[in-house]
Design a protein around this ligand. Structure first.
Ligand SMILES: Nc1ncnc2c1ncn2[C@@H]1O[C@H](COP(=O)(O)OP(=O)(O)O)[C@@H](O)[C@H]1O
Ligand SMILES: [Mg+2]
Length: 200
């Protein structure tokens, strides 16, 4: 049974399109948008800066408390945007977690355009190939609440439309649809994996 207002997570590897999809979905639902990255930055919820991995380590406890306060005060649907959303929002409040998936080659192109270092690009490609965000979401919320969406060849509106179909009960949330390892194997490219995996 879905409780209203709904809490919807948009997760996936950095570069997959979470922020654009989350904002478009929020507008469509007349909801409240929460970016985990923005909260961490604005409220200084950092534990440390990991300079070797060129990343900020968020204080997940404080972030989780803060997000839980925002959710409990909201009278409209809440859309949470973040690649570690599954570690922050507790299962009893989440209606659905949507995990966006993108072909690793396309992810590489997006992250290079964003100016990420080559190490950061490969680390994120490894996460995408190994289903890291999907695994976290299923482990946290169970298969009934997790919907995986392949976005590689879809525009933002099409992705939002797929989400709405699930929210309206016209499509059942489903995971296990994407298999990048299988695709690499089919294309006889499994040997490329060792270049990514070194970065995890
Ligand atoms: N469906 C899409 N089609 C084309 N470009 C997209 C799509 N979604 C996102 N992008 C582009 O990809 C880049 C990363 O998107 P963003 O929403 O910032 O991803 P994330 O929040 O997951 O890191 C941006 O340049 C964005 O404009
Ligand atoms: Mg983003």
């Amino acid at each position: 049974m879905i409780k209203f207002p709904r809490v919807l997570l948009i997760t996936g590897t950095p570069g997959v399109g979470k922020t654009r999809v989350s904002k478009a979905l929020t507008e469509r639902l007349g909801g409240l948008y929460i970016s985990l990255t923005d909260i961490v930055t604005k409220e200084n919820l950092r534990l440390e800066v990991d300079s070797e991995r060129d990343t900020v380590v968020a204080d997940l406890h404080r972030l989780s408390d803060r997000v839980s306060d925002i959710i409990s005060e909201s009278s409209c649907d809440v859309v949470v945007d973040g690649h570690y959303a599954s570690e922050v929002v507790s299962s009893n409040v989440v209606s659905y977690a949507f995990v966006l998936r993108i072909e690793p080659d396309k992810l590489r192109q997006r992250l290079r355009e964003r100016g990420y270092s080559e190490g950061k690009v490969l680390e994120n490609m490894a996460s995408e190939v190994l289903d890291v965000c999907l695994f976290d979401a299923v482990a946290q919320y169970g298969v009934e609440k997790v919907d995986e969406i392949e976005v590689t060849h879809k525009d933002v509106d099409e992705v939002v439309e797929e989400i709405i179909e699930v929210l309206n009960g016209r499509t059942k949330a489903k995971s296990g649809k994407v298999d990048w390892l299988g695709k690499l194997e089919e294309e006889d490219r499994l040997s490329e994996l060792s270049t990514y995996l070194n970065w995890l």
